[in-house]
Each structure stands twice: as structure tokens, then as C-alpha cells.
Write a protein of this length. Structure first.
Length: 307
């Protein structure tokens, strides 16, 4: 193990697996944490989402909130119908316009997670919430691109006044921060209005708000944990990737490259489900080949480094 400083940035290098396991796993409460991203995290504000939130009390509260609503098979089962309804819409869109497959995948992923998190049913075309989320996700991808902002290498630059020559990154951060706040607040306020009108469907946010006495800190945790869920699902453009959308892309790629596998999976569906209806999540236990196939897609094209 050695310690170096690069342009004011302290770096500890662990040169053995044993040292890494001892410090970062066995003593993770002392030595493990999220990286501090000055531009995307501190200046734009993504540090408040689960993906960049430092380990601590707020991180544990986010995890607890998520686990209480979607942390088990029993709890997530209440949202199964959403996946099925939106998937049927997806299939219809692909059938009508297969050339826009990537667009359909992104829209469906966003529609599903926004119904689960906020009970909001996205419009078929030009939905304002989906467009807002796409805009914010593109900005997130650009903000987190390594080497794109000098302030990530020289953290003291975050204190440069916004009017200072060369401080264009501060103005950009202010603009992108406004997009992020809108992304968090608009869906949350939508749920509050629906609850007040007595017509809010069951969702992650409504379940945490309905009939509860929440203070400002509780509201902060609820709306940012909800935003963390759908922000992690929607697309990250400009070379970025996310688990849901990229995995579905990989599935279509795999079926194109291996048509014999697709035929075998289709044969299993036909034998179990028949031709008079579409498969549901209840059929999963009776479709072992298809279940294994979807898991293999995750292994075949891993969408993020996992060590």
C-alpha cells in the first residue's frame, strides 16, 4: 500500500487483493465510500441520489424506504400488472414501427418505473415527464464523463465565482441543477396533488405519503429516493449505459445473432402459454429455458463493471 498526491488529490493505492478485502470489505464502514464528483455531484446536485450518496444515515434511510415498498417479491408483486400493461404497449409499438426499437425500449422502461415510483401513466408520444427525465439523464451522463470537467481534478475550482473568466462550467452546472430539481420535484408534486384529490394510484411515493405525517426531511428523503429509482432506469446517452435499457438492447442483439435460441424459447412459450394470450409473470416458473435465457443475457453483456 502506498500514498501519493496528484494535483492536490490524495490517492491510496492498494496493490494486493488481501489489502483491498481487509480494508474495503471487512472494514468497509471505515474505509469504503462513494467517490466525490465535484461537478456532477456537488455543483449539479446528483450527490443527493442514491448512486452518488455517501454512506451514512441518509443512505441507510433511502435503502430502508426502498426496501419497505419494493424490497421483497411479495411487495413488488403489487406492481406486476404495470410491467405487463406497459410491455403490451411496447409490443404494439414495435409491431407498428420496428425501426424505432431503441426509442420504444427507452420509453417503456421510463413508463414502467414512473408508474411504480409515482403512479404516473406516461403518454404514448411526447410525454413531458419522460422528456424531462431524458434531458436530465443526458446531462447526468455528460456531467459524469471522466475528464470532462477540470473541477473534478482541481476541486478548489468549485469556489470560483460564476462571473469569473473561464467559469463557464459554473453556469452550466447551475442550468443542469435546475433541470435536476425539476426532475425531482415535478413528479413528487404530481403525487401530492393526486393524493389531495383522492385519486392517487398505489406507487412508491404515494405509499410513503398517504396517511403519514412527514416533515421537510422526510419529504426530501422520499422524493430523492424515488428519483433515484427512476433515474437509474432511464437512458443515459452520449456513451452512458444503464442496466434496464442496455440489457433489453442486449436481448434483441442476442436473438438476432442466435435465431436458433430464439426459436427454442418461442417453442417453450407456445407449449406452456399457447397462442391465445401473451405470457405473464405468473408463467415465469413454468418457463425455465426463457428464464435462464434472460439471465444469460445479463451475464453475456454486462452493462457495468462489477469487479
Amino acid at each position: 500500500m502506498c500514498f501519493i498526491t496528484v494535483i492536490g488529490q490524495p490517492i491510496i493505492i492498494l496493490n494486493s487483493a488481501e489489502s483491498a478485502k481487509e480494508l474495503l470489505e471487512k472494514k468497509s464502514s471505515n474505509y469504503s465510500d462513494r467517490p466525490v464528483m465535484q461537478f456532477g455531484g456537488n455543483l449539479v446536485g446528483w450527490k443527493n441520489t442514491l448512486v452518488l450518496l455517501p454512506y451514512g444515515d441518509r443512505f441507510r434511510r433511502y435503502r430502508r424506504l426502498a426496501h419497505g415498498i419494493i424490497g421483497s417479491h411479495a411487495s413488488i408483486k403489487q406492481f406486476s400488472y404495470i410491467e405487463e400493461v406497459e410491455t403490451h404497449k411496447f409490443l404494439r409499438r414495435v409491431l407498428e414501427n420496428p425501426a424505432d426499437l431503441a426509442k420504444h425500449v427507452r420509453h417503456t422502461a421510463g413508463a414502467i418505473i414512473m408508474r411504480i415510483t409515482h403512479g404516473y401513466e406516461a403518454q404514448e408520444h411526447n410525454d413531458p415527464f419522460v422528456q424531462l427525465a431524458d434531458k436530465a439523464m443526458e446531462q447526468f451522463s455528460l456531467a459524469m464523463t471522466p475528464g470532462s470537467h477540470l473541477v473534478d481534478v482541481l476541486p478548489f475550482l468549485r469556489y470560483v465565482p460564476i462571473w469569473f473568466p473561464g467559469a463557464g462550467f459554473k453556469r452550466k452546472a447551475k442550468e443542469w441543477a435546475a433541470t435536476l430539481v425539476e426532475l425531482v420535484d415535478r413528479p413528487f408534486n404530481f403525487v401530492k396533488r393526486e393524493l389531495a384529490a383522492g385519486r392517487a394510484p398505489v406507487s412508491f411515493t404515494s405509499s410513503l405519503l398517504e396517511g403519514q405525517k412527514v416533515d421537510a426531511e422526510d419529504e426530501f428523503d422520499i422524493k430523492w429516493s424515488a428519483a433515484s429509482l427512476y433515474a437509474g432506469t432511464l437512458k443515459l446517452s452520449k456513451g452512458g449505459a444503464d442496466t434496464t435499457v442496455s440489457s433489453i438492447y442486449s436481448f434483441f442483439l442476442a436473438m438476432t445473432l442466435h435465431p436458433e435460441v430464439m426459436k427454442k424459447a418461442q417453442a417453450e412459450i407456445d407449449s406452456v402459454v399457447g397462442n391465445d394470450r401473451l405470457p405473464t409473470l405468473e408463467d415465469r416458473q413454468h418457463l425455465p429455458y426463457l428464464d435462464a435465457l434472460t439471465k444469460e443475457v445479463l451475464r453475456w453483456n454486462v452493462v457495468a463493471p462489477i469487479g
